[in-house]
Design a protein around this ligand. Structure first.
Ligand SMILES: C[S@@+](CC[C@H](N)C(=O)[O-])C[C@H]1O[C@@H](n2cnc3c(N)ncnc32)[C@H](O)[C@@H]1O
Length: 390
């Protein structure tokens, strides 16, 4: 299916299910859909913990469950399921090329490189960190590579690694958001996990100057979005708030068990504080400023006192805090279960965001393919936009 066709179909369907993916059970004790679909809410609230964990991470399984209650969502699954990009064999490198690269990152880089095809006289590696991807491409494709990176220390380390291999690989220690002279006409632009505005700038500016090829694996689409996402490819029916855009990238498939336990505790404690706030002053869920990590290291009572003090509420006694800690964990269980509905749409929203970039390039005369370059266990941000000027 062409990217334009897929975009039209997905863009028409997503607004139909807005009431399922937009409400955040963390903020709303009872999302409206749970009143209209009581059997769905009932099934979710009865799920065992291991099933909840699986369904929150496995969007396809969550869509299957949802489709038993709302059959029309099944179409979303087909549109969000993209083909794997064909992989080319890489020329064998000496093991030393990758000494400095953590295992998972190395696999991502190799998968990205094998899904991209050399097609221009020079490469710009956009927001490339230490330039591991750029270094591999310089060795594989034997073309000059520039890695653009804002962090001077990463540039210095990357340059030392490139020198060790005597590659034509240089670093540009500049800001991607203001770089006026890069990328250049006729170049091959690659970007592995350049966040939000960084990948959008590459694509918009690159199309303006006539970049010959793009291979872009976007991430953190919400970075640089203030209140609503501004589509690049034209007027679309789906409108996403910053929180909706964030939803597209919230799965923790690569998080360690320790981080998952920590995340659960933080959510339960915040919900415990929310229960205290509602009991003290009533009303709806209220946003609060980010909570310093150190506040989660003590007891729940200490956390609650710090939060109440910051929000100008009366301070809780140790005697009542147990009640609110229990309420927080109870709400955490409900939120994790009801969030399965919203999480079912994560991949579809991410595909919609990537399609916006892909169709923008198609409108500018590029032949564009969108697919995945690796398994999601390696990185959930595994979409690759490959475009070449016709
Ligand atoms: C997620 S990392 C990806 C690095 C590399 N492409 C990789 O996959 O290993 C994003 C990189 O973008 C860089 N960065 C952030 N803001 C930038 C900016 N405004 N201009 C250039 N680089 C930037 C960061 O320093 C970081 O190295």
């Amino acid at each position: 299916m062409r990217v334009g066709e897929r975009q039209q179909a997905l863009d028409a369907l997503l607004p139909v299910f807005y009431d399922l993916w937009h409400p955040q059970p963390f903020r709303e004790n009872q999302p409206d859909w749970s009143l209209n679909l009581p059997a769905l809410a009932d099934e979710l609230l009865k799920l065992a913990d291991p099933d909840v964990a699986c369904l929150n991470e496995d969007g396809a399984a969550a869509l299957d469950l949802l489709a038993r209650h709302v059959p029309a969502v099944a179409e979303i699954a087909g549109l969000a399921d993209l083909p794997r990009r064909p992989a080319n064999a890489l020329v064998e490198q000496r093991a030393s090329w990758a000494w400095e690269i953590p295992g998972r990152k190395r696999q991502q880089i190799e998968a990205f490189a094998s899904a991209s095809q050399c097609g221009a006289g020079s490469v710009i590696d956009w927001c490339g960190g230490k330039g591991h991807l750029g270094r591999l491409l310089a060795a594989q494709w034997q073309v000059p590579v520039h890695t653009l990176e804002i962090d001077a220390a990463l540039c210095a380390e990357g340059a030392a690694l490139a020198n060790r291999q005597r590659l034509s690989h240089e670093f540009l220690n500049i800001d991607a958001l203001t770089a006026a002279d890069w990328p250049k006409r006729g170049q091959h632009a690659v970007a592995l996990h350049a966040c939000g505005d960084l990948h959008r700038r590459l694509i918009a500016q690159g199309a303006d100057v006539g970049v010959a090829r793009f291979d872009v694996a976007p991430c953190c689409y919400y970075r640089g979005v203030t209140s609503t996402y501004q589509a690049l490819s034209g007027n679309l029916r789906t409108a996403l708030t910053r929180d909706d855009v964030r939803l597209a990238v919230t799965e923790t498939v690569t998080a360690s068990a320790r981080l998952t336990v920590q995340r659960d505790k933080e959510m339960a404690w915040k919900l415990g504080f929310d229960a205290y706030r509602r009991a003290s002053s009533g009303g709806q869920y209220q946003n609060f400023k980010p909570v310093p990590a150190i506040w989660f290291r003590g007891s729940f009572n200490e956390f609650l006192v710090l939060m109440a003090d910051r929000q100008g509420l009366s301070l809780p006694s140790a005697a009542v805090s147990g009640e609110f800690e229990a309420a927080g964990w109870r709400r955490h269980g409900e939120v994790m279960r009801l969030s399965i509905v919203r999480h079912a749409f994560r991949r579809a929203l991410e595909v919609w965001l990537a399609l916006d970039l892909a169709v923008f390039l198609e409108n500018r005369g590029y032949a564009v393919e969108l697919g995945s370059f690796c398994e999601r266990q390696l990185t959930p941000r595994n979409l690759l936009i490959s475009a070449r000027l016709g």
